[in-house]
Structure formats: C-alpha cells, structure tokens
Design a protein around this ligand. Structure first.
Ligand code: COA
Length: 329
C-alpha cells in the first residue's frame, strides 16, 4: 500500500496593487455598484497595469514568496505547473518562462489549461508526481491576467474578472495529510457558453475577429450560473459521500470565486455555516486559476494540521470538480 500522500507545505498569493472599483467600471459601461455587489459579491478587482509585465511575472512573485516562506531553494524544485488560460503567449509556455525567471534550473515545467478548474486539475496532477515517489518538491501556480481578455465595453463580463497569482509547494507526507481524493469532470457539450471565440487554431486572428471583439471573454451568464451551482455542489457532495464524511466534519470549504451567490449555494448545500466558507471575491473578483490558492493563502492562518478542507471549482470546458485535503501544517 502506498503510504505517501502529497501535502501542501506552503502557500503564497500575490496580486498587483492597482485596483478597479465598481464605481470606476460604472464610468466605462452602463452598470453600478449596487448591481455588481448584489449579483456577484464583487467590490473591486486587481489589474496588472504595467505593460511590460505579464502572467509569468505574477507567477514569479507568488513563487518567490513561497520559496521564502518554506525556506526552499529554487534549484531544489523539480516540477513547476502553471495553471493558466492567459499565458504570456501561445508558446513557449508560461511555466517555462516562469521557471527560468525564478532560477529553477533543475525543474521541468508546463502549463495546464483548465480555466477556473485549473488549480484543482493541477493539484490532482501535481499530487501524482509526489505519490509516484519520483519527485519530492513540486510547485503548482494558479496565475491569470484576466484583464488581458476583458472587454471594457461589455458590462456582462468586464465586471467579473481580475489579475492574480498564487502558488503552493507539494511535498511527500507520511502522516496521511495532504490530497486525499478528487472528483473531476469535463463536458464540452455547451462549450460555446463560456469561451474565447477567436485566436485559436479553429479561428485564427483576423481583422474581422478583432473588430467583432472575439478575442475577449464570451460568457452567457445565466446558463453558466445554473450549471455552475449544480456542478460545484454536486462534485462536493460526491466527494463527501465517497469519503464517508459530512458537512460537520469539514473545517473549511475553499470554493472558486466566480460569484458569491454560487459560493453561498454550494456552502448551503453542504450544510456549512458561513465561517467555514472561505470568501475573498469582494477584493479580487474572478482571477480564474488563481482564486482557490489565493483564498487558501488568505485563510491559511486559520487552518490547523489535520483539518478537513474541501476545494470546489467550476469553469469553461465545462470543467468542474471537488477535492478533499487534510491540511498538513
Ligand atoms: N450591470 C447592470 N446590469 C447588468 C449588468 C451589469 N454589469 N450585466 C448584465 N446586466 C443586466 C442584463 O442586461 C439583464 O438585463 P435585462 O433583464 O434588461 O435583459 C439583467 O441585468 C440580468 O442579466 P443576467 O445575465 O440574467 O444577470 P445574472 O443575475 O445572471 O448575473 C452573472 C450575471 C454573469 C453575474 C451571473 O450570470 C454569473 O455569475 N454567471 C456565472 C459565472 C460563472 O460562474 N462562470 C463560471 C466560472 S468563470
């Protein structure tokens, strides 16, 4: 029997200083603070304004903080996974750029694209490197510069997204703490509801695609909302029942931060009291692959060794799922 689990042994989040408030958005599109706050829970979001900087630079900030916090040398890192849908460019990977910038000269590195489920899909992937016994130090970063895909003439989407990165270190654990289980899904039948319409191999960039704003996020909010509630809550319920635990056994739920109403219904469905639900959407909006680790970072001072923690996410694809962790420190 394999007695080694993959444990998170450090977490560090970073967001740029510049802020876009609801009031500022109301000067760009026909919206207002009351609408945005009541429908989404978002008050402000961060934006990486410096045009010289991109997603890899945010990933570097998160990893630098993580290395310092965990007293780890960059050259000891063996694998770096960057979960992102906003790599600096289509290729080379954001992870390759990140690894070299931090001096991780003994690591191999790759990007993982699963939109808002990127962190949980990445965590399940990263955990396999550890439990295989071959790797001892793996970094997973969720990093997205969502403002680069946001259309500030479209009120349906520009209010939702922001920029951030957050990283975790995974190491072997012999005490049974770390990643216990994952329930992960994809179903692309309704992929058109949430996508970037152009710029990929199916529809390369042309003057027409630029004119039609097809290089910005397209989302049909209502159908995505309904399926996101069912997907996140359903996956979380499945992981609880599969592991014979109930809401009472859960110390914290760290949900993807797309909409406060989706977060609340997931928590309600699991029978969790509000203090068990980690929420920071009001400050950052939806930072896609970064929401869960950034929230983990901001709430980690409350976690105790052995705490049962559930992660849950839903995003483009569709892709969704839930993970069960035992906090390791
Ligand atoms: N400000 C003011 N009014 C707005 C608005 C804005 N920023 N955006 C939309 N509206 C209007 C719409 O035009 C519509 O007006 P109408 O009734 O006159 O047609 C009305 O508000 C309701 O729009 P609707 O899209 O039904 O709102 P909603 O309650 O569904 O909220 C979202 C919109 C995007 C916040 C919500 O659907 C959502 O969160 N969806 C899921 C997001 C998600 O989880 N994505 C997956 C992970 S990224």
């Amino acid at each position: 029997m394999n007695t080694i689990t993959a444990a998170i042994t450090g977490v560090f989040g970073w967001a740029p200083e510049d802020v876009i408030t609801n009031e500022e958005l109301a000067q760009m599109v026909d919206t207002n603070d009351e609408w945005i706050t009541s429908r989404t829970g978002i008050k402000e979001r961060r934006v990486l304004k410096n045009p010289q900087l991109s997603t890899s630079d945010m990933a570097v900030k998160a990893i630098e903080g993580l290395l310092k916090q965990t007293n780890t040398k960059a050259e000891d890192i063996e694998v770096i996974i960057v979960a992102t849908i906003t790599p600096d460019m289509v290729f080379p990977s954001c992870a390759a750029l990140t690894a070299t910038k931090i001096g991780a000269k003994n690591a191999f590195a790759f990007d993982l694209n699963s939109a808002c489920s990127g962190f949980i899909f990445g965590l399940e992937t990263a955990a396999q490197f550890i439990t295989s016994g071959k790797y001892k130090k793996v970094i997973l970063v969720g990093a997205d510069k969502m403002t680069s895909l946001s259309d500030y003439t479209n009120r349906n989407t520009c209010i939702l997204f922001g920029d951030a990165a957050a990283a975790v270190l995974l190491e072997p654990n012999a005490e049974g703490n770390g990643v216990i289980d994952a329930v992960l899904h994809v179903d692309s039948n309704n992929w058109e509801h949430l996508c970037l319409r152009a710029g990929g191999a199916m529809k390369p960039a042309t003057h027409e695609t630029v004119d039609a704003h097809e290089h910005f996020i397209h989302q049909e909010g209502q159908p995505v909302f309904k399926i996101a509630v069912n997907g996140m809550a359903g996956a979380a319920r499945d992981i609880l029942s599969r592991n014979n635990i109930t809401g009472d056994d859960i110390a914290f739920l760290i949900p993807h931060q797309a909409n406060k109403r989706i977060i609340d219904s997931t928590g309600h469905f699991l029978g969790l009291t509000p203090e068990k639900i980690c929420v920071n959407i009001e400050k950052y909006g939806n930072t896609t692959a970064a929401t869960i680790p950034l929230c983990m970072y901001e709430f980690s001072h409350k976690f105790k060794k052995g705490d049962n923690i559930i992660l849950a996410a839903f995003g483009a694809g569709y892709s969704w799922g839930a993970m069960y962790l035992k906090w390791a420190y």
